[in-house]
Ligand binder design. Structure first.
Ligand SMILES: [Zn+2]
Ligand SMILES: [Zn+2]
Length: 274
């Protein structure tokens, strides 16, 4: 059986645990595959992302742990690269790369899309409407289309983090959906993997994962591939909402998910997942 999480943060960025603590928790929760994805250097905007020194320590720790725990769990070294941050090459030394959008430009500064409802309101005020904001946000996501090094698209609709009760927009609003669909249509032919991300549930902001169900169904209907990740910042939440997410994924029609191996990503039957 397979239990995988490829989206894990540590003390080297904004996570609450060491690499070692995360691995021990993963083993005790029955994970077979754990991938680390520290925030790649984006220090000109993001204080939590890893600077050069922390990046080197991070790489060292993960590679050391990969050897140490080889018989108990498969460890992979990844990175979460912001579209505005440093570009990385997968083979030097990363096993895989998550491409994410965490910021949008408002005037001459960048604001985080996932920090608070208040900041989301500020961004919406700047753009004049949530729909205009969504246009800019999804333009940023589209940059991932041409990033050949990126394997996984991180939390594709992160901009809806504070929209649980549709405070900002209806999840079914057709113009909004069209913007997201356009991105998905461009990402699928590039073989990008969409992550089903339960991170906002762990943090109490959302009751369902990214992407919203309507988008997930669209991804399925258009032949997109997915994986399940917890975007873990706190070891207690390593498999937060995993069972429910598996049910959701199957109810959207998916019969497989992508799994990382030493030879790259392979597709596995959904019945093989814990
Ligand atoms: Zn992220
Ligand atoms: Zn993350």
């Amino acid at each position: 059986m397979i239990k995988q999480n490829l989206h894990t943060h540590s003390l080297y960025c904004d996570g609450k645990n060491t690499i070692e603590e995360m691995i021990q928790e993963a083993i005790s929760k029955g994970f077979t595959i754990l991938g680390f994805s520290g925030h790649g250097n984006c220090r000109h905007i993001d204080d939590y992302s890893m600077d050069e020194e922390n990046t080197q320590k991070y790489i060292h720790d993960v590679l050391e742990a990969k050897e140490k725990y080889r018989d108990q769990i498969q460890i992979f070294l990844g990175i979460e690269q912001d579209v505005l941050g440093e570009r990385f090459e997968k083979h030097h030394p990363y096993d895989y790369i998550i491409g994410s959008v965490h910021f949008v430009k408002t005037g001459n500064r960048y604001l985080p899309v996932d920090q608070s409802a208040d900041i989301t309101r500020k961004i919406v005020d700047y753009y004049g409407s949530f729909l205009n904001y969504a246009k800019s946000y999804y333009e940023e996501v589209k940059k991932i289309v041409n990033m050949d090094e990126v394997d996984i698209v991180g939390h594709i609709d992160l901009l809806t983090k504070f929209n649980e009760n549709e405070e900002f927009i209806s999840f079914e609003q057709s113009e909004y959906l069209k913007l997201a669909y356009e991105c998905i249509d461009l990402l699928i032919p590039k073989k990008k993997i969409f992550e089903v991300n339960t991170g906002a549930i762990a943090r109490g902001q959302r009751k369902t994962p990214y992407p919203h169900r309507t988008l997930l169904e669209y991804i399925y209907q258009h032949g997109g591939k997915i994986c399940l990740n917890s975007d873990c910042h706190n070891k207690e939440m390593l498999d937060c909402y995993y069972q429910e997410a598996l049910d959701l994924i199957q109810s959207c029609g998916f019969q497989s998910m992508m799994v990382l191996t030493e030879q790259g990503f392979v597709e596995k039957d959904i019945q093989e997942f814990l």
